[in-house]
Design a protein around this ligand. Structure first.
Ligand SMILES: [Mg+2]
Length: 327
């Protein structure tokens, strides 16, 4: 059986999420095309016979993992769709239609489910998403729901995680580090913002911050590069103000808490970030902040961290960003 002890085979928990995904790609072989059509970005990209590039992504909500009984069912349904919408936003796309797969036990309460669908439906209406089908399976144990979202590029291109070069600027929308104070249910997917950024010729690549800067930012770096951050410019969430011990503690939340669902992107070094921020401010109410740039990693230091640590606190730990399976 899948959970049976067999020390030589190893377990998912021993290798962690990143290595697991690498192995799945290997097991699938040629039926997993190279990213961004295959595994490796916020959405898979494919070209329909004619028209805009299409996007597809899937994300779940699982009881005991993403929510517990203290969370209103409307918020659970809303979050399920919003976290998928955020992945489409990260490619500069517009969400269009979704299918939903539920796995639930026979004693799941109907009033709970009705409220779950109420929350999901309100978000779908707000973002113009049609729920076009799905599946219901019986499974004892915690409630889980998987939503597959299909979107399309608003313009002629989608932004992937690739394209950043040494010298380029790093910018982020909104504020960071507020997820534990409840922001991870209340966030707003940055759809209009993502579409606007994808239409800007200077923006090279983008990701939504679901696992934290420490894990998500490195995926935007080309080989041999490091991110140099302006630590005091990091836009920390106001909810952190009353809870963090010091500056370093605030940075730690921004780096590792995850679930900010803000957009992090790379701007070509030939563009002035101040000009982009000025144009942005005329259009959007959420902040846009220049947080650093991509630099060359120090020569002869193969173990240099992907994010250069602040000189004032070299002990800041980058390795603890949210990683499924590993503890
Ligand atoms: Mg994502």
């Amino acid at each position: 059986m899948v959970g049976e002890k067999n020390s030589s085979a190893g377990t998912v928990g021993e290798i962690g999420e990143k290595e697991l995904i690498r192995r799945i790609a290997g097991w699938l072989g040629p039926v997993n095309p190279p990213s961004p059509e295959g595994i490796g970005d916020d959405c898979a990209v494919f070209l329909a016979a004619e028209g805009s590039p299409q996007l597809v992504t899937v994300d779940p909500v699982i009881e005991g993992c993403h929510f517990d009984s203290s969370v209103a069912p409307e918020a659970v349904g809303a979050k399920l769709l919003k976290r998928n919408i955020s992945d489409v936003a990260a490619m500069g796309g517009l969400p269009r239609r979704a299918v939903l797969s539920l796995a639930l036990s026979g004693d799941t309460r109907l009033d709970w489910l009705r409220r779950f669908f109420d929350g999901l439906g309100k978000v779908a209406g707000r973002y113009g998403v049609s729920i076009v089908g799905g599946d219901v399976a019986r499974k004892e144990g915690p409630f889980s729901a998987y939503l597959t979202l299909i979107g399309e590029a608003a313009g002629t291109r989608v932004l992937t995680r690739r394209g950043g070069k040494i010298g380029d600027w790093l910018l982020v929308t909104g504020t960071l580090g507020g997820s534990r104070a409840g922001h991870h249910f209340e966030f707003t997917p940055r759809v209009e913002e993502g579409v606007w950024l994808a239409a800007h010729a200077g923006v090279r690549s983008m990701i939504d911050l679901s696992d934290g800067l420490a894990k998500d930012l490195p995926t935007l770096l080309p080989p041999g590069a490091q991110a140099e951050l302006e630590w005091d410019e990091l836009p920390l969430s106001a909810v952190l103000a009353g809870t963090v011990r010091d500056r370093e503690d605030g940075w730690r939340h921004a780096l590792t808490d995850g679930e900010d669902y803000e957009l992090l992107f790379v701007l070509d070094e030939s563009h002035r970030p101040q000009d982009l921020i000025r144009d942005w401010t005329r259009r959007f109410s959420c902040p846009l902040t220049l947080i650093g740039k991509i630099v060359a990693a120090p020569a002869g230091e193969p173990d240099a961290p992907p994010i250069r640590l602040p000189a004032s606190c070299p002990g800041l730990v980058l390795g603890s960003a949210y990683e499924h399976f590993r503890r």
